[in-house]
Design a protein around this ligand. Structure first.
Ligand code: SF4
Ligand code: SF4
Length: 396
């Protein structure tokens, strides 16, 4: 939740500077600078909030350099709410660039986003995106992030349970997921309705507000949280397929938010037959899934139900991939360095599929995989499960 300046100072003052969080911080690991560590950032924030240090460009650089992965939070013996501190600090420091401002605007324009996605899909089919990436090096990085797009979906507000009804759930679409990974959302509806759940997709839902919050635009992110709070049924589980969205909804609404894999692991699977999948799956652990949703384990348990599938957690899972929302766009150097670490570790083993539960990570890792020309499919764990249940990419 957002803090006032006074609350930020109080929370920052709870840091006893023990330094236990330092080895868990990817930016400290990369730069070795105290100012790029959680402890250093907290001290800088406290000093700026108290007026001891100026809110200048150097301060902003250290704040903008934070991935918001919240590894530090889980390592802190004093339970310092680093996520809340950094969210509030971004409000007073962040100046969005053109790219992130456009993304922030698009996130709240679902019709334009669908149109944009359809345009990109056409560009992919005709090979135009590859061409643009070759002639315009400034756009090459952004183009590399775009996954292979599937058709967009006109959502119904309700998908009834296919068999004996076991309950109702709401599904959060998410702006980027709905534009760039519609297949995972379709797969989720398929799995849930097959297991006996009626899936509600209210049209009044909006972006989780994460992109705006990362830019320090609390007015927009608070409005998103407010609209979502009223869009969804207060008692039905609100399932998310992108842990980045799930984390934002969990932090800023009072809704019963759950990662979809965590929900599915508690369902009755006795009447479902999963066909074998003789493939090696690298399991990526998004920071938001591990540190905020606390739901990394259920994903592994869910995939372990697939006969013959070999599941191996990715080496270096504890370190952020560098995607981190819009971080990969406004901090490309650090994002690339973190991605290079992932690619190095990934290349040490042979995998068929990389499973990840966050669209931002899928885009960041996907760009590395395509660049390295690794023969590796990136899939959401629920899409893998759905395919083994007979899902064919489209809803009936
Ligand atoms: S959120 Fe991540 S990058 Fe930021 S200070 Fe904490 S560990 Fe470091
Ligand atoms: S672990 Fe917690 S108390 Fe220790 S330096 Fe880090 S934030 Fe401060």
């Amino acid at each position: 939740m957002a803090l006032s300046i006074q609350q930020t100072i109080q929370e920052a003052d709870r840091c006893v500077a023990c330094g236990l969080c330092l080895p868990h911080c990817p930016t400290y690991f990369k730069t070795g600078s105290e100012a790029d560590s959680p402890r250093g950032r907290i001290q800088l924030i406290s000093a700026v909030a108290k007026g001891i240090l100026p809110n200048n460009a150097r301060f902003k650089d250290h704040i903008n350099g934070c991935l918001g992965c919240r590894n530090c939070e889980t390592a802190c013996p004093n339970g310092v709410s680093y996520g809340a501190i950094i969210d509030t600090t971004r409000e007073i420091t962040h100046q969005p660039n053109r790219q992130t401002r456009l993304l922030g605007w698009l996130a709240n324009q679902p019709k334009w986003l669908s149109f944009f996605s359809a345009l990109l899909r056409l560009g992919q089919t005709l090979g135009l995106l590859t061409l643009v990436g070759k002639v315009n090096s400034r756009l090459a990085k952004q183009i590399a992030l775009i996954p292979e797009l599937t058709s967009t979906q006109r959502w119904q507000t309700l998908y009834p349970a296919k068999h004996t009804k076991r309950g109702d759930v709401s599904l959060f679409l998410g702006c980027i997921t709905n534009a760039f990974d519609t297949e995972t959302l379709r797969a989720s509806v398929y799995v849930l309705t097959t297991l006996g759940y009626t899936v509600h997709i209210p049209t009044t839902q909006v972006c989780c507000g994460g992109i705006a919050r990362q830019q320090g635009d609390s007015k927009t992110s608070d409005a998103c949280a407010h609209d979502n709070q009223h869009a969804f049924h207060a008692d039905w589980p609100l399932l998310t397929v992108a842990s980045g969205c799930g984390a934002g909804l969990k932090d800023y609404t009072h809704l019963p938010v759950k990662d979809i894999s965590e929900f599915l692991i508690g369902c009755d699977w006795s009447e479902v037959k999963l066909s074998p999948l003789n493939q090696h799956i690298a399991l990526h652990e998004p920071c938001t899934l591990r540190n905020v949703m606390k739901a990394a384990k259920p994903v592994a348990n869910l995939l372990a139900n697939i006969p013959k599938a070999r599941i191996t957690p990715m080496k270096g899972n504890q370190q952020c991939c560098g995607g981190a929302g819009t971080y990969m766009l406004h901090q490309p150097e650090m994002a690339d360095a973190l991605l290079a670490d992932k690619m190095k570790l990934l290349s040490q083993e042979t995998f068929d599929i990389l499973a990840t539960s966050n669209i931002g990570c899928a885009m960041q890792l996907g760009s590395g995989i395509r660049q390295a020309q690794m023969p590796l499919k990136i899939m959401h764990p629920v899409t893998i499960i759905a395919k083994q249940m007979g899902f064919q990419s489209e809803l009936d």
